[in-house]
Design a protein around this ligand. Structure first.
Ligand code: C5P
Length: 225
């Protein structure tokens, strides 16, 4: 019905930061709040989709009516996403660390004696979860959506990212200084698809999520009728 445009569809959403362990007590993380990804999971569920939300450590409650899988590292996020397939829709809103610490120390790294050398960390590249799922030869979700946080030439850089990642849509947002997007409640989105760019007005993250859910409903509606 009209109230459940995504009924019968399965959705995978990623949200939040990843934490990459240095040792048993320390990690490298980032300031992603998870607000946008969680709002998208909520909106897709309210539109009738069966939603799995794979999320890093966030201070947010689990969205109602959503299956939540909590992970910490990028590699755990990829494994949880693969386990959540098959899905018709995949939205990658997580702020995944590009790098992990190459050798996680099995014990807490001790402060060296006075005058001792500071430790150094070396890094290994993390998997690109969006690109991995978008590039699946079998079981690729029909609609794969990524985000691009840009500070300049937003639509142009996002179109290049869409091609590079192999996804269908990119939601590009301007995170340049002063926009208050990161950790804030509002977003200015440019939706980049195969047909070009749609500029959305400044919206709250909840409004972005609802508009995206409606746009996804239109997309599947057009394809099936
Ligand atoms: O390359 P960049 O980090 O700007 O790409 C952002 C998009 O790719 C987001 O949708 C993000 O969730 C996704 N991504 C990912 N795995 C990574 C890096 C980014 O899924 N390792």
């Amino acid at each position: 019905g009209k109230g459940a445009p995504l009924a019968g569809l399965r959705a995978l959403v990623t949200s939040g930061p990843t934490y990459e362990a240095i040792d048993p007590v320390r990690f490298i993380g980032n300031r992603s709040s998870g607000k946008q990804g969680h709002a998208i999971a909520t909106a897709l569920a309210r539109a009738g989709a069966a939603v799995t939300l794979v999320c890093g450590p966030v201070a947010l409650p689990d969205p109602a009516g959503v299956k939540v899988v909590r992970i910490e590292s990028a590699r755990e996020m990829l494994a949880a996403c693969e386990s959540a397939l098959p899905a018709d829709i995949a939205v990658f809103a997580a702020a995944v660390a590009d790098w992990r610490v190459a050798q996680e120390a099995p014990q807490k790294i001790k402060k060296p004696a006075e005058g001792g050398a500071a430790p150094t960390l070396s890094f290994a590249e993390n998997p690109d979860i969006l690109a991995s799922i978008a590039g699946l030869k079998q079981g690729r979700p029909a609609l794969v959506i990524g985000f691009a946080a840009e500070t300049e030439k937003v639509a142009e850089h996002a179109a290049a990212k869409r091609a590079r990642k192999g996804c269908d849509w990119i939601l590009a947002n301007d995170v340049s200084a002063g926009t208050g997007t990161f950790g804030g409640d509002a977003n200015t989105i440019h939706l980049v698809t195969e047909n070009g760019t749609e500029d959305w007005p400044r919206l709250t993250k909840q409004q972005v999520a609802e508009r995206l859910a409606a746009r996804i409903g239109d997309h599947f509606g057009k394809k099936t009728t």
